[in-house]
Design a protein around this ligand. Sequence first.
Ligand SMILES: [Zn+2]
Length: 268
Amino acid sequence: MLANISFDIDGKWSALKYFNIDSNPKKDEFIEKGIPKILEILDNHRIKSNFFLVGRNILNYKVLHKKIAENHEVGNHSYSHPHNLASLDENTIRLELKKTHDLIKKTLGVEPLGFRAPTYGLNSDTLKILDELNYTYDSSYIPAYYPGITPFGNLFQKRSPHKIGKIMEIPVSVHPIIPFYLNGTSIISLGMPWLRSALPFMKLSGRPLIINFHERDAIETLPKILAKQLKRSRNNSLKIIEDTIIYLKRNTKLVTMSQLVDIYNKNP
Ligand SMILES: [Zn+2]
């Protein structure tokens, strides 16, 4: 069974912006502390992972982002992480994507091939722009319902990787029995049993396991407002990232998203 672990690097400023709280994006403790911790774990376990990067953070933290790009696959996660990307007009979306695309190429020296939308909000304009940028994959959908984040209709979306035009859509995983997110946030909130209970059924389904964490998950104590929103009742999130990696290394074949695209293109 195939699996992929990815990291969305949003920043504390972006998480707080969701609550209309301003903070300094140039002094961001989630980025400063979170990225090195995540890179260290991945290095220790010799895992090549996917990182989805926000343009503004690349500008503010060039060295840290270069370190990411040295060993991992990097993708586009918009320029300013608008939480309402899917409801913006086409040109604003194009600007958000193009700015980060160019920054990744210029500053990090690599060509991004994939995108993840902030708060999983994707629309047809965004897909059209990804096509213009010659991207090969998108990993923005979660086929599950969560009030205020993903709409009810998501419950009926495909759960397997599938082509939308030229783009391979790689949905973030949903628990195969209880139709709720099987992502980093829910594993941290519900603990490792949430992941372990899903695996036998995921294997039966033949679908790959697509799990995304965030840099904030490497931070044990979050501001109260975020801990509440993320249903974070424990302070062992960094250990859960590592436990997830160890568990998936033992029980699945870990691949990068580009490798997954190749595999699905050959055997759809
Ligand atoms: Zn994000």
